[in-house]
Design a protein around this ligand. Sequence first.
Ligand code: DGJ
Length: 327
Amino acid sequence: MWPDNKGVHINAHGGGMLSHGGVTYWFGEHKIAGEAGNVAHAGVHVYSSRNLYDWRDEGIALSVSDDPVSDIVDGCVIERPKVMYNATTRLFVMWFHLELAGKGYDAARCGVATSESPTGPYQFIGSSRLCAGIWPRNASDDDKLPGAKLARDFEGGQMSRDMTLFVDDDGSAYQLSASEDNQSLHIYRLSSDYLRPSDVYVRRLVGRYNEAPAVFKREGRYFLFSSGCTGWRPNPARIAVADSLLGEWTELGNPCIGTPEQVETTFESQSTYVLPVERKRDAFIFMADRWRPLDAIDGRYIWLPIRFVDGVPRIEWAGEWDLSVFS
Ligand code: DGJ
C-alpha cells in the first residue's frame, strides 16, 4: 500500500509522470472497489510530490462527463493517461486510451484533454482513432491489400489501445500505441501543439502483440519496455532498443532478473512508465501495475530502479529501496 498525504492508498493506476517546475505529478486511472472499478466512474486522478516518496492528493484532473452524449461518460474506459507540457502553447496536454461506454475494447480510440495548470481541471478536446486516410511510412504493398488489418482501418483511422507518450530533447513529441488488434505498435510523431498526430507514423514490432509501452532515452538511444497481451494477468516483460523513435526497434529479450516466477510475471506486474529522476545522473525508475481486476481500487504499484548491464536495462526485485541507489 502506498498512502498519500491523507493516509489513503494512491489511486492512480496505469500511471504517467510529468516533472515540471521542481514538482513531479503522477496521473493515473482512478479506480473504485470491485469489478466495477475496471471502467471509469471518476476520471484521471493526479498527485504531486517534490521527493517521489510523499504524494499529495491533488484530486481529479479530468472528470468523466455528465453530458450523456460525451465520449467520456461514466462507464467508459479511460486507461494509461499521460501528460506533457507544451512550452509554446503553455498548455498541459493529456492523452489517454479511451473506450466508449458499453462497447468493450472495440472503439480503440485516443482521448486528448488540455489544461493551463498541471493539476487541471483538464478540458476534454475529443477522441478518435488515428491518422485516417494516411499510411504509415513503412507500409508495404501487402499491408495495403484489402484484408490486411492496416488497410481495414485506413479509412476510419488506426486503432489505438495501450499507449504512452514521449517528449524528446528537441521538444518533439510522440505517441506509441498498440494497434491493428494489438498485433503491432504504431509510433506517431505529434503536431507541434501536441494535440493531434502529424501525418508521420510507422508500424513496428509487427506480430509481437505488445502492450504496456513505456519509453525512455539514455545516451542517445531509445528503450522501450512492454508486455505481452494477456488481459489483466501478468506476463514476461520485454525490452527493445532503437537509435531513433521512428526507426527500427531491436528486441533484447526479458529485462527481469530473479526467480523463474518473477521473470515470467514481471514481478506480478505490467509496465506503465519509466520515470527519469531529476537531478540524478543516469537514474530511471521502472513503474508498473499489479492489477487487481476483482477489486480494482486495490491495485498496487511496483517501482524498481533500472540497472544497466552492458548498456541493456535490467530490473531486479527490491522489497525496499530508496533514491540513494542512484548515487
Ligand atoms: C492490459 C492493458 O495493459 C491494460 O491497460 C488493460 O487494457 C487491460 N489489458 C484490460 O484487460
